[in-house]
Design a protein around this ligand. Sequence first.
Ligand code: SF4
Length: 460
Amino acid sequence: MCGVLGIRAPKRDVARLAYFGLFALQHRGQESAGIAVSDHGRLTALRDMGLVTQVFSEDKLQGLHGEAAIAHCRYSTTGSVAWQNAQPLVQHGAARTVALGHNGNLLNTTELRAALADDGVKLRTTSDTEVIAALIAHDERPLEEAVAAAMRRLRGAYTIVLLAEGKLVGFRDPDGIRPLVIGLLGDDYVLASESCALDLLGAELVREVAPGELVVVDEDGLRAAQGVPAHEGGALCIFEFIYFGRPDSKLRGVELHGARVRMGERLAAEAPVEADMVVPIPDSGTPAAIGFARASGIPFNEGLIKNRYVGRTFIQPDQALREHGIKTKFNPLAEVSGKRVVVVDDSIVRGTTTRKIVAMLYEEGATEVHVRVSSPPIVSPCYYGIDMASEEELIAAGGSVEDVRRAIGATSLAYLSLEGLQSATRRPEETFCRACLTKRYPTPVPERLEKHRFEPAPAR
Ligand code: SF4
């Protein structure tokens, strides 16, 4: 997961707008942040490790001006957490210089790296993003043709914002796995991963960029073309609805908060339990807990206080950081003492967080801890930009619900059914990727994808 944003607004302070837009997308990636601007076509980028507010200061923003900007916040899936992999990435090529921000994960990076190497192109980073930038920067055809040609060669998930030749370009893979929306700010266009960024900027949501579509914003306004034919219906990641997207964002015309409340309501109907209070795992489990409480009649109550200054545990890049993150993140309230508690969360990936929370609630005096999950078990890895890592790390892969219940130490455990999840989205199932829940991938996938496959082997 990453957040991307682009704006072309020659009469406005584009860097400042990109900064605030990126701030609204911070939940999509917390490892690095960056902004690139185009000033009469000349590209400048500033990127660094850390949160948006850590990377940018007033002085730094004042040094960035131009007619257009793109911005990116990163969560790594291919390539390590390192400065050289921070984005936007600037690539100088034989045909042009491009700045580019990517959300997704390519599946044919190895093959494309080899093809570029055969053409004499040297790559500097370990990320798949540089491959996309290099294909476009070295293609002598006009920009839009070069982008469309690159799209035809890419496999996997890519939502891209790009600056080149004074133009802002946005495009999505033919399945539209990661989101991208178009907004209008007066007469100026904004592209963003999620509509919550448009709200912050005061821009109006126009529509989503369609799967396989390519949009170009320049002095003539916005024009759109089909870069590659879309795969029928597309395959938007259903986890955008379950967890990734901010609850106030709208996708496919549906506000995500409402969809998550419906997931909780349906879960209460599918897996009822006798209990004294419904406790959310804040913040991602809160809408589903509201729905569960509403449908079950069991009072909703805060039972866990979250330290909001710790990043989202799931998004931290390695196990050591994850363990540390959980310990510093939640503290139970004495309210749970002597109570039968229903804990609602949106998903269980590795089970680390859930196990610790269940233990914490028992230590605080809860008499029963029933875990309810507002998505089905995750049984297969994601190849499209979500760091679920390998199947062995997924607690539900290969085991029964009872195995998971025992591993997390809960009194009972139930997941929302796939049908229940789908009906809560109010959108047809054939327009979603649900592969980590069903093992049916929308594209061919490799047998195994290693995050650090382009890193040098560690010294022995
Ligand atoms: S495999 Fe799962 S997380 Fe990955 S894109 Fe598909 S639905 Fe989303």
